[in-house]
Every structure is written in structure tokens, then in C-alpha cells.
Ligand binder design. Structure first.
Ligand code: SF4
Ligand code: SF4
Ligand code: SF4
Length: 454
């Protein structure tokens, strides 16, 4: 039996007391300071985190964020293990998700950045990382990495979700889920279990999925239409297209050198880029993109310069209405969904609304993997006629699923939103629940009932 059930609601920090509101406000403030400066909608918001990152000799505020995030997961993981480490499932799961964050989502990108190569976040694939399948993103990656993101997004992760349920990702790999399961563990019981919340969840999560599909579709269509310019080599856009292709290649080469280029080489490349773009007589907004390239060169930041040249490559071909629509939608999605919903609200509201606000109401990856999960084998098998209705399982479900209602009705839990954290089974005093992928979960246990509600 796990420790800590009885005092859950006695501590103000865990029961929406004043200190929880203060904690929530502090988290929201931090995320606003992180996301607003330089964003499309608040470009002049003061950036207080970059100087702190620079003082700590970190490449950017994003690495400072990664450091804090990983530290929160390590410390939260320690407390999680202290409390629930008597379960083998939670032991292995917690160690795995923390290790994935520290090694793959923080140390690897940092090492690549220091080596002057493009940062790769291999565990974040489309649609959680909404731009991973954009042609411009793929074109700027080393071919093996581009192949990985396409394969993982469209084939591997859906297949794994079909076989093992979305827990393989949401509870074992994803950093967002990892933070919820470690740092956020004290607040997991605050998830809203009302029918209204469940209805809202259906609309919101699938609404975000539609948005990400629309954004990706528009961006891909825009890229295809821009590529059509190549057939117009002698026309007005032919020179822009030729330069775009050349810059994209230069950006990829710059990010893929085994030895970091010298400062003089970076400055020479920035000067050459300016001269070639100026020759096109570009509009002001495009000309403004040259200064950051030169600024990165002056700092010797090769990876950042590669990324900026890569963005420039995409922008030198004039946009049509499709391009403008794609660009607006992309900007709006990045800010409102990627920053405000997943970051500011997703983590900022941990102390008030539980740890899976984003996972439950917004994550497009959860929406897709959840639909696949419904078709697959994963379920929480219920031992018949064993439930004593204590309600622990429902109270500790971070996704707001009323597990008790299923157990009382002797029905297996097959819910698209279940992230397979296993906490419901862990806190059940009667051993009624078991997470399984098997067709036959054993004597006295329901086998594969199809419950169609999401
Ligand atoms: S629901 Fe989305 S954000 Fe949450 S753990 Fe799963 S993939 Fe990550
Ligand atoms: S139903 Fe159980 S395994 Fe699924 S999310 Fe809720 S507590 Fe976790
Ligand atoms: S399934 Fe277990 S934890 Fe859930 S209400 Fe029944 S006895 Fe309690």
C-alpha cells in the first residue's frame, strides 16, 4: 500500500490553499517571462531570463529553462520514488522518464549546441512538436534526424500506442508527462472529474488536433506551391528560389560540420548572405532578418546562425495568400497553443487544477494516440465483484477518469484519455485494477470489452 493517502487534502499546498495560489502565480509569471519576450504578439516584452542564462554560461534562456525543468523532475522523481517506489512499475517508469529528460531532452541538445551542430530533441515528435513535419524544419535537419521525425511521428509512435497504449509515451518518455508525474505529483488529485469537464475535454482536445492538422496542411501546401516556383527559373521568382535553395544547403552544412566554424568564417558567411539577399531588393521585413544572422556570427553561435539562415532561406521566396495564411496560423498556434496553453496554463495551473491540464484538454499528440489506443489492446482490467467503492482510484486519476464507476460495473477501463500512469491500480486497496495489453487478463478478470465512450 502506498503512503500518503490520508493527508492529501490536509495540506494547503495540495488543497488549493493560499500557498497553492502563490505557487501557481509564481509558475505563471515564470512562463510569461519565458514566452512573451520576442513573441509575435509581444515582441518588445522585457527579456529578463536571457541575461541570467548568459551569466550562467548557458547558450540561451531555453537551456536555462531545460536546466530548471530537468532539476524539477529529478527532485520530484526522488520524492515520487520515496512515496510510491514500493511499486516496480512506478520505480522503473519514474527512473526512465527522468533519464529520458536529462539525457535526451537536455544533455544531448546542449552537447550538440556546444559542438556547433543543430539541437535535436529526438523525443518530441509531431504533433506535440507541431512544426516537426514542416518541410522547412525537415530541410534544415541532418537526413537521419529528418527521417527519424517522419518515421516516429507517422509510423512508430502510433504502432507502439496500438500495441501498448499511449502510456509508452505519455508516462515513460514525454517530458510534459514526466514533469506531471514527478514535480507535479503532489497535485495529481486536483483534476476535475465532472461530466462537464469530460465534455469540454472532448471538444478542446480534438479542436486543437484539428488546428494542428490545418496548420501542418497549410504549411505543407505553401511549401509545395513555393517549390513550384522552381519551374519558373527565368521568371521574377526564379532568382529568389535559387537563393532559397542555396541558403538552405548552406544552413544545413553549417549545422553539420564536425568542427565548429571559426568566428571569421561565420562572419564571412553572414556578409555573403546579406549581399545576396540585398541583391534581390527585399522588402523591409525580410531585410530585418539579416541583422540577427550577423549578430549570431559576431557571437560565434554557429548553430543559431544555421537556424537563422535556414529561416531566411524559407522566406526569400515571396509569399502568396496561401503562404500568408500558413504563416498567420503558424504564429497563432505557436503562441496561443504552444506557449500559453501548454506552458503558461499547462504547468502554471498545476497547484490549482492538477497536473494534466494540457495533456487532457489540449495535447494533439494525446488526441491521436488516444484514438489509436481505443483501437488497440491496452486497458485497465477490472477484477469482477471485488471493488469496495473506496474511491481511491478516481481520486488519484490525474486525467479525471472515474475509475471507480468502471470497477463497480465490472467493466474494463478503455478510455482514450488514460495515460497509463498506473496510479489507480497502485492506490487500490483490493488489487482490483491491472494495466494490461493482454487479450486474456486472467481468471475472474474481464477480457476485452469494448466501451465506446472516449
Ligand atoms: S498528453 Fe501530450 S504532453 Fe501529455 S504526456 Fe502525452 S504526449 Fe506528452
Ligand atoms: S485511469 Fe488509472 S492509469 Fe489511467 S490515467 Fe487514470 S490513474 Fe492513470
Ligand atoms: S477499484 Fe479499488 S480503489 Fe477503486 S473504488 Fe474499487 S476498491 Fe477502491
Amino acid at each position: 500500500m502506498q503512503a500518503g493517502l490520508l493527508d492529501t487534502w490536509k495540506r494547503p499546498m495540495r488543497s488549493r490553499g493560499a500557498i497553492a495560489w502563490v505557487a501557481s502565480l509564481a509558475l505563471i509569471t515564470f512562463y510569461l517571462l519565458l514566452y512573451l519576450p520576442g513573441s509575435t504578439f509581444f515582441p518588445n516584452f522585457p527579456d529578463v531570463l536571457t541575461p541570467i542564462a548568459t551569466a550562467m554560461h548557458l547558450p540561451s534562456k531555453w537551456f536555462l529553462y531545460g536546466l530548471l525543468y530537468s532539476t524539477a523532475m529529478v527532485i520530484g522523481g526522488f520524492f515520487m520514488l520515496r512515496k510510491h517506489g514500493n511499486s516496480r512499475y512506478h520505480r522503473i517508469r519514474t527512473i526512465t522518464v527522468v533519464a529520458v529528460q536529462v539525457v535526451l531532452a537536455f544533455s544531448l541538445p546542449l552537447a550538440l549546441n556546444i559542438a556547433g551542430k543543430p539541437e535535436l530533441y529526438l523525443t518530441y515528435v509531431w504533433p506535440l512538436s507541431y512544426d516537426k513535419l514542416f518541410p522547412s524544419t525537415l530541410a534544415g535537419l541532418p537526413p537521419a534526424a529528418a527521417l527519424w521525425f517522419v518515421f516516429a511521428s507517422l509510423v512508430l509512435f502510433p504502432v507502439l500506442a496500438f500495441r501498448y497504449g499511449k502510456r509508452f509515451y505519455c508516462s515513460w518518455v514525454c517530458g510534459c508527462g514526466g514533469l506531471a508525474e514527478t514535480f507535479g505529483e503532489p497535485w495529481r488529485h486536483l483534476s476535475n472529474r465532472s461530466t462537464g469537464a469530460w465534455r469540454f475535454e472532448q471538444w478542446s482536445i480534438h479542436g486543437v488536433l484539428v488546428l494542428v492538422l490545418l496548420t501542418t496542411g497549410l504549411v505543407v501546401a505553401d511549401s509545395v506551391s513555393r517549390a513550384g516556383v522552381v519551374g519558373d527559373a527565368g521568371g521574377p521568382n526564379g532568382a529568389a528560389w535559387a537563393l532559397s535553395t542555396a541558403l538552405a544547403k548552406e544552413a544545413a552544412d553549417l549545422g553539420d560540420t564536425s568542427l565548429p566554424p571559426s568566428s571569421a568564417e561565420l562572419k564571412a558567411q553572414a556578409a555573403s548572405v546579406r549581399a545576396r539577399v540585398e541583391a534581390l531588393d527585399p522588402p523591409d521585413w525580410l531585410r530585418e532578418k539579416l541583422a540577427p544572422v550577423e549578430e549570431a556570427a559576431s557571437r560565434g553561435a554557429a548553430a543559431e546562425q544555421a537556424q537563422l539562415v535556414h529561416d531566411l532561406a524559407y522566406n526569400v521566396v515571396p509569399s502568396g495568400p496561401l503562404g500568408r495564411a500558413a504563416s498567420s496560423l503558424k504564429g497563432a498556434y505557436a503562441f496561443f497553443i504552444g506557449a500559453v496553453f501548454s506552458g503558461v496554463a499547462g504547468v502554471g495551473l498545476y497547484p490549482l487544477m492538477g497536473t494534466r491540464v494540457w495533456c487532457r484538454f489540449g495535447c494533439p499528440m494525446a488526441a491521436i494516440l488516444g484514438l489509436v489506443q481505443k483501437l488497440g489492446r491496452f486497458r485497465i482490467a477490472v477484477k469482477k465483484d471485488m471493488c469496495i467503492s473506496c474511491g481511491n482510484c478516481s481520486a488519484y486519476c490525474e486525467m479525471g477518469i472515474d475509475v471507480r464507476a468502471y470497477a463497480q460495473a465490472n467493466l474494463d477501463v478503455r478510455r482514450a484519455s488514460c495515460v497509463g500512469c498506473g496510479m489507480c491500480a497502485h492506490v487500490c486497496p483490493r488489487g482490483v485494477l491491472r494495466l494490461t495489453n493482454e487479450a486474456d487478463a486472467g481468471p475472474g478478470v474481464n477480457a476485452g470489452q469494448w466501451v465506446l465512450d472516449l
